[in-house]
Design a protein around this ligand. Structure first.
Ligand code: IVH
Length: 692
């Protein structure tokens, strides 16, 4: 570049070239979500620009991409009066009320004609207004009370989705003034990792992505916003001077996008209330797969002239409606905290809640993980708490409600439970053995397999689908078998007989026979299933598979030492130590011998071989998987002969999308690559593995 930048004109040209190139790639990346160059190349352009600007500070412009974070934190916020007030939306919760909405529109417009609507997700973030003058971003403000908001330009400038300068359009003049409105939000994935970091460093965590976004925009120092995963979707236009808008909202979205503003790819134009409902139903299904939180669908009359004709009520437009989805956060009362004993004796506090409807289901329990979590939340029994259940994720208590907070959802049903602290019991609730500390925050029952709770969990694990898969041997039955001393360990399961089973509650002869048949069938298994079923700490399905592929048979594994185990891919010192420890325990070896004597067997050669069942198929895993880890999913796919790739292309056979899936899922939809969610994926894997 040096030859270019010898003269002042050369410097200017080069600055121009770099800024244009960066703006172009910003547009591709942030607005269209389809980058053309790898991140490193983008970074190189950026560094070149920074270096050149450093050498020529007098040539730095405010809309240069390097100038997103201003130098100085503010000392206070300026007030901004919205020229056109920022309204809110009327809400409906069911189809009938949506039909009424359409009815009212038809009446007002005095028409029987079909009405076209623009439908979009209702983003759960912070409403903002952006003002562009001659194409340059000059101000960003919060909605505030709808009339007066706060100037948050310094923070909004740091958001890469928000262009500092609009792209010129050949066929549309650049408006002298353009006010664009939309929602700033924090991505789900970004929120999760930010909170994980906060927990690690002992900092305060945010309750949800919306609070995190709002809290970030309220900061005086823009460096904070610059470091946080904020994004924006634009959804309407306020003031426009010097440019005619198209006739419809959907075309306006197209124009906003060509100016470089980001609009929601889930938007659609449909006709009639019925179709709006279908849109909302589909969106609700997609909810967990989106990388941002939504709380409903927004339905807007698409034709702008009709919007004008319909006008406004006191606070809401007559041409738009929010169709609300079930809340993912509600408040309820913690009636009690009980302690559960896991397979390895870990004692976990579980909150018993006053039942509430959240995220589409009724929830009455929430795990509290450990005592440190309870301390972090400052939770006591009797507290009113906010329970959150997003997607299919396990319900979680995210906050103890401080009575002074008034921006939180209302308690559905007040319930008086005497307030008292949560105390870890000194003795195991299941067997009475002493509870001992295990690490910094964990507690464990010292009873080992004497403890019926641990025994039940171990048996449950052994019989589970991914292990020996004994159909019909569910929680209730295991409970009875252990409580009646009919089964002490997993080997006893294979000695059950019809007579004994017939004495159990709700056990008809037919189900007893079915169960015996299922147990018999489970005698013939695979080594990975068997190993996984043993419940060696840290040995999940993928590790069990890797161990099998490495050692080929159980004997070799039992006799392997620490070093031999660490030679297995993905087995580190901790896992290896657990395995050595497990097989050095004579009781464990005895159980294994008894299982083999009872006829449990597998074919060593078969499992050591790779299957070619899914040969030639490529999978992409995206979002969070809840039942298994990504590694496990990958190992199981590979064991079936499939390839697992990092990005979606036309060659991708399937995309497996968990909650929080983002651009990869969008890409799959765009390329027509079939997508499965985790339950479908599990069923698929099981089916394929069953064919082995
Ligand atoms: S349109 C005149 N579209 O919902 C109404 N609002 O109660 C203009 N919101 O304050 C709003 N996603 O923060 C609109 N796609 C969307 C939206 C959306 C989220 C929020 C917005 C507004 C509130 C309405």
């Amino acid at each position: 570049m040096s030859s270019n930048t010898d003269s002042p004109q050369g410097v200017q040209a080069e600055l121009q070239r770099l800024r244009t190139a960066i703006a172009h790639h910003d547009y591709l990346y942030h607005t269209l979500d389809s980058p053309e160059i790898p991140d490193v190349e983008y970074d190189r352009l950026f560094q070149q620009l920074e270096a050149l600007e450093q050498a020529h500070p007098e040539l730095v412009t405010a809309d240069s991409p390097t100038q997103r974070v201003g130098a100085q934190p503010l000392s206070s916020f300026e007030q901004v009066t919205h020229e056109i007030p920022m309204m809110s939306l009327a809400k409906v919760f069911n189809g009938e009320d949506l039909q009424d909405f359409e009815e009212r529109i038809r009446k007002r417009l005095d028409t029987d004609a079909a009405i076209a609507y623009s439908c979009e997700p209702k983003i759960d973030g912070v409403a903002v207004s952006l003002l562009y003058e001659q194409g340059a971003l000059v101000r960003a403000a919060t909605r505030g009370d709808g009339v007066t908001g706060e100037d948050i330009t310094h923070n909004v400038r740091t958001i890469r989705d928000v262009p500092l300068r609009l792209r010129e359009q050949a066929d549309t003049p650049m408006p002298a003034r353009l006010e664009v409105r939309g929602e700033i939000y924090m991505s789900r994935a970004g929120f999760e990792s930010m909170n994980e970091e906060a927990v690690k460093s002992g900092a305060k965590t945010f309750v949800n992505p919306r609070n995190a976004a709002a809290g970030t925009l309220r900061q005086l120092d823009p460096a904070i916003a610059a470091a946080r995963p904020l994004h924006m979707f634009c959804y309407s236009v306020g003031v426009v001077d010097g440019c005619d808008l198209p006739q419809t909202l959907s075309e306006t979205f197209g124009l906003l996008q060509s100016w470089g503003l980001r609009v929601n790819p889930e938007r659609a134009v449909v006709t009639g209330a019925e179709a709006c409902l279908a849109y909302a139903a589909k969106l609700l299904e997609r909810r967990a797969a989106l990388d941002y939180e939504i709380d409903g669908a927004v339905i807007k009359v698409n034709r702008l002239k009709l919007q004008d004709e319909l006008g406004f009520n006191a606070r809401t437009p007559r041409w738009a409606m929010a169709y609300k989805f079930p809340a993912e956060e509600v408040s309820t009362v913690v009636r009690d905290v009980e302690f559960q004993v896991g397979r390895t004796g870990t004692i976990t506090p579980v909150a018993r809640l006053s039942p509430v409807f959240v995220g589409g289901v009724t929830v009455s329990n929430a795990t509290l993980h450990n005592m440190a979590e309870i301390a972090r939340l400052g939770l006591q029994i009797g507290d009113t708490v906010i329970v959150r259940r997003a997607g299919d994720v396990i319900p979680k208590i995210v906050k103890v409600m401080n009575k002074a907070d008034d921006d939180e959802p209302e308690t559905p049903e007040e319930e008086q439970v005497e307030r008292r602290p949560v105390v870890m019991p000194s003795h195991c609730p299941a067997c009475g053995s002493e509870v001992e500390a295990a690490g910094e925050v964990l507690f464990r029952c010292s009873g080992g397999l004497v403890c019926p709770a641990q025994r039940k969990e171990a048996i449950r694990h052994f019989c589970a689908r991914a292990a020996l898969d004994i159909e019909g041997l569910g929680d209730k039955l295991i409970e009875q078998l252990v409580d009646r001393h009919m089964v002490k360990d997993v080997a006893d399961v294979f000695h059950l007989n019809g007579e004994e089973l017939a004495g159990l509650e709700r056990m008809a002869e037919k189900s007893a026979n079915n169960l015996l048949a299922a147990i018999d069938k489970a005698r013939s298994t695979t080594l990975p299933r068997f190993l996984f079923g043993l419940g060696i700490p840290e040995v999940g399905e993928a590790t069990a598979l890797a161990l099998t592929q490495h050692f080929g048979n159980l004997e070799a594994l039992i006799t392997a030492d620490q070093a031999a185990l660490e030679a297995v891919e993905d087995v580190g010192p901790v896992v290896a130590a657990h395995i050595v420890h497990f097989f050095s325990n004579e009781d464990n070896l005895e159980v294994i011998r008894r299982l083999q004597t009872a006829g449990v067997h597998w074919r060593d050669e078969e499992v050591a071989e790779q299957s070619d069942m899914l040969d030639g198929q490529t999978f992409v895993l995206t979002g969070t998987l809840e039942v298994m880890t990504r590694d496990e999913a990958k190992a199981r796919l590979q064991a079936l002969g499939a390839k697992v790739a990092g990005s979606v292309s036309k060659k991708t056979t399937w995309v497996v999308a968990g909650p929080g899936a983002g651009s990869k899922l969008d890409k799959a939809v765009e390329l027509n690559v079939p997508v499965m969610d985790e339950p479908q994926f599990l069923a698929f894997l099981q089916e394929q593995e069953g064919l082995l």
